[in-house]
Design a protein around this ligand. Sequence first.
Ligand code: PRP
Ligand code: URA
Length: 207
Amino acid sequence: MAELIDHPCVQHKLAIIRDAETGHKRFRELATEITKFICYEALKNVKTREVVVRTPVADATCHKIDTDLVVVPILRAGVGMLEGILELVPTARVGFVGLYRDEKTKQPVTYYERFPRQIEGGTCIVIDPMLATGGSTVAAIDLLKENGAGNIVVVCIVTCPEGIQLVEKHHPDVPIYAAAIDDYLNENKYIVPGLGDAGDRLFGTSH
Ligand code: PRP
Ligand code: URA
């Protein structure tokens, strides 16, 4: 299942982050701002528990989040979304998956993993701005599940039909939330129109 966050506030920011003229400072700020909106939606089904709070006037029945939240950025570009989600849920724990896409084969190569034990029984939110072929996201979910995670959601900024299909094929239980579902992948497996190389644009590097 992929859910598109088509709110005008998100789509407006998406127009600016896509623009090739947007520099790395503004790109980073926008990644943070967009992530916050998408995560707000992605967490709408998170488990809550009823609590009674005494206001200055009377008791109020309220609801608090009742699950350990573990954010898992896929290195490196996923780090560009970390600040946004932590502004929304400051008590979340953070795990890391180091993956890069081999430039020739386009297959994901894992080079790092470190997860808090709360991935077992908690809710894991995998963050990566680009879900292109889907190989990196599938590999990250595989790793999380091998380490005991059961409840996983994926948050990206831009994806495309090929990537969604791959994640749905391997992990039909994992929902995807995105600000854009673009047209297709080009011969270099870049999303079209996409926003280019997210890692390079976030961190001011280039090929
Ligand atoms: C990018 C992106 C995803 C991956 C998406 O990372 O951030 O992790 O490619 O492609 P896929 O869906 O086809 O696997 P990249 O490999 O460029 O590494 P980086 O984050 O270190 O720049
Ligand atoms: N990785 C990116 O950064 N951008 C794409 O379009 C595809 C993979």
